[in-house]
Ligand binder design. Sequence first.
Ligand SMILES: Nc1ncnc2c1ncn2[C@@H]1O[C@H](COP(=O)(O)OP(=O)(O)OP(=O)(O)O)[C@@H](O)[C@H]1O
Ligand SMILES: [Mg+2]
Length: 522
Amino acid sequence: MADDLKSAPDTGALLTLSGIGKTYVQTVLHDITLPLHAGQVLALTGENGAGKSTVSKIICGLEAASAGSMLLDGRPYQPTSRADAEAQGVRMVLQELNLIPTLSVAENLYLRQLPNRFGWINRRQLEQDARAQMARVGLTDIDPWTLVGQLGIGHQQMIEIARNLIGDCRLLILDEPTAMLTHREVELLFLQIARLKSEGVALVYISHRLEELKRVADRIVVLRDGKLVCDDALAGYSSADLVKLMVGRAADAELDLGGRTLGAPVLRVRELGRQGAVAPTSLTLHSGEIVGIAGLIGSGRTELLRLIFGADRADQGEVFVGEASVAARIGSPKDAVAAGIAMVTEDRKGQGLLLQQSIALNTTLASLPTVSRAGWLDAAAETVVATGFMQRLGIKARDAAQPVAQLSGGNQQKVVMARWFYRDCPVMLFDEPTRGIDIGAKFDIYQLLVGLAREGKGLAIVSSDLRELMLLCDRILVMSAGRVVETFERATWTQDALLAAAFSGYLAMPAGNDTTPLATAL
Ligand SMILES: Nc1ncnc2c1ncn2[C@@H]1O[C@H](COP(=O)(O)OP(=O)(O)OP(=O)(O)O)[C@@H](O)[C@H]1O
Ligand SMILES: [Mg+2]
């Protein structure tokens, strides 16, 4: 199929890639030939490290191709920078956020136009325009003058999307735009995609989420190890076909949750809360147990984990670790780790990884005493540990010495997971553990998570993927508007019941209160 398309010169395409290749130390893209059509949504998928972001960055001027050429409207196209590509109507929502945290939302949205279109005096115009753009993606509950750095990562993602909807756009690439979004935001994004498509914009939609690809795209392109292995109309492919195409093998069968014993509590949280973020919350986590926390973005899920972990300060409440009758003194993440609590954060760039350092160092970072002798780091031991995890998690890299910055998004996430799998903590908190991880590797991570529970650890997992929680958890707490509104035991939940609970806290609010996510969704 791909060969047919390659040999037929495509005259109707907006942008055509011909024989595009990219080589760093190794070749990561080989001979990619691909026409992109106006008014068409192309789903681009494939395993972590397959080359999706790289090919997108070449189109958007962020990387230069090592081979091949591109035509835009039949004319040679060779963008020298992101700004150059944007000036030609080629835009991209990046997988890794790159907003400026110390500027406001409004300033980030109009960064490029600031000096000419808005003098510093014309704040009102800027504010008005920013509000209009934010409304398009449903961000009506945020003040345009809020500093981006103060926003949660989901909201930052929405702003990155809104920023790319401004101005002339003929080709838009969305690189895992929904990885940090929940249900409602995804729906709003899909409305925008439909609008752009009807306006004749060519879209490339990168995602590991099958159901999204099937809903949004007309055509599917699959990369494997930097090569194009499928380019076809999406209709006619079953989910099972797609999984096989994406990971090159059939999906794994059922997850085995057995072999665990539920033991004594490893964590007791009593009335822990923070004004304006999380209402006083109590929960108990037992040894061997996997508890899920569901809810919409901003419902307090991440905030609750951060309070337990000491990343934010609680105004009230206590945390008891293990059998202790005295509350743990947790004033910082360092205290939490010392007390036996680990947390895998959702924001790997901000809080998780030392990007310039090797996979080996990043893997052993939280547990340095175990790979050091008399205060000296034992590099050989570090490498052995990291190489083991690279195999177990299928981390795609040259070797354990490669800097994490050079890994694909999904492989970076796997390194974060490896670090905490290696660290021996009785309580493990996970915030979106499989964000950006491909379908095949997700299953490996689920098995490792269950393995931790088998070892007697207690796990709390925040996830926007309800099916993931339903697959893994013994219990699911649903948060809505800052509080736990309902708890479901396994076998008592349905996806609909979980969703209804997630929205319930907002429905109960007085009418006309437009600070609720729901108010803008309807
Ligand atoms: N600066 C770099 N130096 C060396 N190798 C790199 C660099 N940037 C990317 N790579 C490699 O290129 C390959 C493709 O990476 P890319 O980010 O395109 O994957 P992806 O398909 O987007 O994966 P994911 O689903 O994880 O986002 C990976 O093996 C990655 O390690
Ligand atoms: Mg990527």
